[in-house]
Design a protein. Sequence first.
Length: 273
Amino acid sequence: MNDVKGSNTSVFAGTFFGDYSDMNIRDPETLPRALLVGVGSAMASNRLSHFYDLRGPSMTVDTGCSTTLTAFHQACQSLANGESDMSIVGASNVILNPDNFMVMSSSFLSEAGRCFAFDSRASGYGRGEGTATVIIKRLDDALKHGDPIRAIVRSTAVNQDGKTETITTPSPEAQTDLIRQCYAQAGLDPALTTYFEAHGTGTPTGDPIEARAVASIFSNTRKDFGSGPLKIGSVKTNIGHTETVSGLASIIKVVMALEKEQIPPSINFEKPN
């Protein structure tokens, strides 16, 4: 750790639900003295920077289910524009009380407690717990320092759905635009892609919208290149929807699939939605 102490290392942490904070404020007679600096969302990133003496940007991100993908994008941008020389991206999702289950059970969660991504049984998602952290550097720096390189990031991009039917309804146009932008930035041909790791939560509305957006980009030119069917999957069928952590969970799954040359099968699928 002496090598990173005082270094220009950035930290981008993700938070969403605050179960631990909620538990601590229930009884005003037992409020911890250091509550604000202990459970404040800003501290998720800044505590790491303080403890390890990291001098780069340090911020906490909350964009809902896309939190850690947004944090990952911000980390890549920080490296690209020279704000930092190394970046830590991480999050955790631990379910500690029933409150959010009660709030979400009426419209978000699966009655079976599982994610049936792209399946006719999709009725909501099953919650999952998890923690994940990745460290990213500019490729030249990683090579120069002899760091283990698990994967190379070709491009990242973010956008927003804009005005849709509800604030949680995804936009197929926005998703299509984002995929196209990301591939254009990387100089990659979508027709050569063989696998797509999807968001795929198991919701009856979101899954078909995502599938149509993916198909509109990847299906048009596959025959011209002799490409076979595009394989899609979602890690949420295997470990549940880890919410804040879900973006990093997908990245880690795909990196491991590349290393092992084997795609882990998505489960809970019988009939297309």
